[in-house]
Design a protein around this ligand. Structure first.
Ligand SMILES: Nc1ncnc2c1ncn2[C@@H]1O[C@H](COP(=O)(O)OP(=O)(O)O)[C@@H](O)[C@H]1O
Ligand SMILES: N[C@@H](CCOP(=O)(O)O)C(=O)O
Length: 319
């Protein structure tokens, strides 16, 4: 459960007194997520999510995240809509943390991924890319290649607690990716954390996308690469090329990938595996005492990285 900052009933009542969202009927910490503190708030009017933004979310970035959700919701995408308080502010402070109330989305996320879900996901992602094309704000991806070395150095030799030789292996991989990382691909607003727990389904089709707190301006194809990692590996660690094909086919029903994007996919997938390996490794070594959170396994991404290191070109991804 991710609740780093507790909120008492009294603190909630005082905070929500400034909103026109009805009377609170129930309130509970949410047993999922690892980044922020999330609470489910039911009121006489509707259901909402209260989020207190934690360590990795910089206050200066919040207007981008909140603005993006408003922009996408205005374009008809099913994503949380920030709810303003009576004075019109969508970003406020609670217990010393920046906080926001957003609308609750119906649907459920799938732990066991079917190829058809990947197809629906691909189309939903491309729709998000198209809808985000005229979003006027930008935010650099601080967890792209330039951000990986500081993360690795912050983990340092402690990395070897997880597995002997891990630091050197990652250092070598990072050196390679720093040399070959693609530039000049079509860019736009990407989600950058489109994992199964952030995509809700109803009846086999994507019904909503949540958790825009890593969203940024970067290569559109990098979002696909993240999903190749997060959706297309089986629990035994093997890569399922059928799921990859479905993901890409679904994407291309809305937006066609260029030849350069297809060619870059193996490196983008490799970089994306390293990115999640590094943040997981950092969190594994540094998770706060007493927080209600289950750190995610860095070694899952080490196994994925090894697949990408041995993959032979775009064909290995069904491209
Ligand atoms: N708008 C929403 N509608 C429905 N459920 C939500 C919404 N936002 C968050 N949740 C629930 O809270 C969980 C954690 O949210 P998430 O944004 O992924 O947290 P974190 O940023 O900490 O990873 C989700 O898995 C989901 O169950
Ligand atoms: N998806 C990332 C961690 C961020 O967690 P989320 O709950 O915000 O999706 C990972 O799996 O490492």
């Amino acid at each position: 459960m991710a609740v780093y900052t507790p909120v008492s009933d009294d603190e909630l009542q005082t905070f929500l007194a400034d909103y026109d969202i009805g009377e609170v009927t129930s309130f509970a910490g949410i047993a999922e997520g690892v980044e922020n503190s999330n609470f489910l708030v039911r009121t006489t009017r509707s259901t909402y999510i209260l989020t207190l933004y934690e360590k990795r979310v910089k206050s200066d970035d919040l207007p981008f995240f909140v603005g993006l959700m408003e922009h996408l919701a205005d374009k008809g995408l099913s994503c949380p809509r920030p709810v303003p308080s009576r004075d019109g502010a969508t970003l406020r402070t609670l217990n010393g943390r920046p906080a926001a109330v957003v609308t609750f989305l119906e649907g459920m996320w799938h732990r066991r991924i079917q190829p058809a879900y990947c197809r629906s996901l691909g189309a939903a992602m491309a729709e998000m890319h198209v809808a985000g094309a005229d979003f006027p704000m930008t935010r650099a991806n601080d967890l792209s290649v330039a951000g990986w070395r500081p993360l690795l150095e912050a983990c340092g030799m402690q990395s070897n607690q997880i597995y002997h030789g891990l630091y050197n292996a990652l250092n070598q991989e990072l050196g390679f990716l720093e040399r070959v990382w693609p530039t000049g691909l079509p860019t736009g607003t990407i989600h950058a954390d489109l994992f199964p727990d952030n995509v809700f389904f109803l009846g086999g089709e994507v019904s909503g996308i949540i958790d825009f707190y890593f969203a940024c301006t970067d290569a559109l194809a990098y979002d696909l690469a993240i999903c190749l990692n997060a959706w297309c590996f089986e629990p035994d660690g093997s890569f399922n090329v059928t799921k990859a094909r479905q993901l890409v086919t679904g994407y291309q029903t809305v937006r066609t990938l260029s030849a350069a994007e297809r060619e870059a996919m193996p490196i983008l997938a490799r970089g994306s595996a390293l990115r999640f390996l590094l943040t997981r490794l950092y969190d594994w070594l540094n998770h706060p005492e007493g927080a209600f959170v289950k750190p995610k396994d860095p070694m899952e991404y080490h196994q994925k990285l090894r697949f990408h290191q041995s993959a032979s070109g775009s064909a290995a991804y069904g491209l």
